[in-house]
Write a protein that binds this ligand. Structure first.
Ligand code: ATP
Length: 225
């Protein structure tokens, strides 16, 4: 069974839809890129998949018993986030917050998990630094680590390379691909970079007036004529 299936989904605000006819499914290990013009509703779709807002109509099915707190999310960076006064370690651990429930503190296991993720993303030496003093590339790595703290199943990434220079962008894409391939973590990524979407993804969804969902090969052969 697919991890997430959307059927005839319409999304929007206050019962008014901004995007309709959303049909797709993601299976374990997929790498889905969502592309489309500004303002078409990509971030809204992500928030709807995260159950942070209600669909206007249609259905979202979560397979494999995928729970709310098993989805890692890297939101679009806002100026406010860029100014977080917290330490890198605190921000990464906050990815576990959904699982804390009534416990006031992170468990030893959660802390160890955070350490492993920092090692994997090569940011251990940044752990005591203040987030707002980091470079854009380091900040995005920290937010990716935070998202990984929340999940070992599926990552939702909203423009994870926005504002990064070409070299750091490539490093970030490669890192995400490695996590997807080696750890079998499903990736759903919003991107404006069609060339990179074609290079790294297994599936592509174009949203807007014309909708497309299919494998990256299908997108290349049918869409990019
Ligand atoms: N909280 C809100 N209440 C009402 N409308 C909203 C809200 N948030 C976003 N919108 C509107 O929904 C539409 C889609 O916004 P969304 O951020 O999902 O687009 P997007 O495709 O992610 O855009 P971009 O590529 O620029 O990031 C926009 O017209 C936006 O103004």
């Amino acid at each position: 069974m697919a991890q997430i299936t959307c059927q005839n989904l319409a999304i929007g605000y206050d019962g008014r839809s901004i995007l309709r006819n959303i049909n797709f499914s993601v299976n374990e290990g997929d790498y889905l890129c969502i592309i489309g013009e500004n303002g078409t509703g990509k971030s809204t779709l992500m928030r709807t998949l995260l159950r942070l807002q209600q669909p206007v109509s249609g259905m979202i099915q979560y397979g494999d018993g995928l729970k709310n707190n098993e989805i890692g999310y890297l939101p679009q960076q806002t100026m406010i986030q860029k100014d977080f006064p917290s330490s890198v370690r605190e921000i990464i651990l906050s990815g576990c917050q959904n699982r804390l429930g009534l416990r006031p503190f992170y468990s030893r296991k959660e802390k160890k998990h955070a350490d492993q993720i920092m090692e994997k993303l090569k940011i251990t030496e940044l752990e005591h630094r203040c987030y707002r003093e980091l470079s854009g590339g380091q900040q995005q790595r920290v937010l990716l680590a935070r998202a990984l703290c929340a999940t070992d199943k599926i990552l939702l990434l909203d423009e994870p390379v926005s504002g990064l220079d070409p070299i750091v962008t490539k490093e970030m894409y490669r890192l995400i691909k490695r996590i997807n391939r080696d750890d079998k973590i499903t990736v759903i990524m919003i991107s404006h970079d069609i060339r990179a979407a074609i290079e790294y993804s297994s599936h592509i969804m174009h949203v807007g007036e014309t909708m497309f969902y299919g494998t990256t090969e299908e997108y290349e052969s049918r869409w990019l004529i």
